[in-house]
Design a protein around this ligand. Structure first.
Ligand SMILES: [Zn+2]
Length: 142
């Protein structure tokens, strides 16, 4: 996986208010590639819409016990999604703000309603998104 450029890293830090998008921790922060890239990876550095700031703990957990939460929340996107829809179209849940946002190519973001998010995510992921949602609800109440 190719590292982001210094300017993409700084734009991402600014946009995400120097906090982990998943838990709000101030650090240590890492650039999380939203699209999972397989072996070999991409030779092209990621765009600002293709990454976000996660703390090292959440970044590791996004590949493990937080994977469903990461996919549901747009912290990670399935590999085929960016090419088909654009990473900027997949909304991101910002836990510190308890709200959904779309990322823009200039390093800004704008808030979107939970209803719009559900509509889009069901369109992109179909039944899979409903399953993630159900799984997370059951975890929350366990
Ligand atoms: Zn975190």
């Amino acid at each position: 996986m190719t590292a982001p450029t210094a300017s993409v890293r700084l734009l991402t830090l600014d946009r995400d208010n120097d906090r982990c998008v998943a838990c709000g921790a101030r650090g240590p922060l890492e650039f999380q590639h939203r699209a999972a890239v397989g072996q070999g990876g991409s030779k092209i550095p990621p765009l600002v819409t293709e990454g976000l700031m996660l703390c090292s703990s959440c970044n590791a957990r996004a590949e493990a016990d937080l994977q469903t939460q990461a996919l549901f929340s747009g912290w990670k996107v399935r590999r085929w999604v960016p090419a088909r829809y654009g990473a900027d179209k997949v909304p991101v849940f910002y836990t510190p703000e308890l709200s959904w946002w779309r990322l823009t190519p200039d390093g800004e973001r704008y808030e979107v309603s939970a209803a719009k998010v559900a509509e889009f995510m069901e369109f992109v992921y179909g039944d899979e998104w409903a399953r993630w949602s159900a799984e997370l609800n059951r975890k929350r109440w366990a």
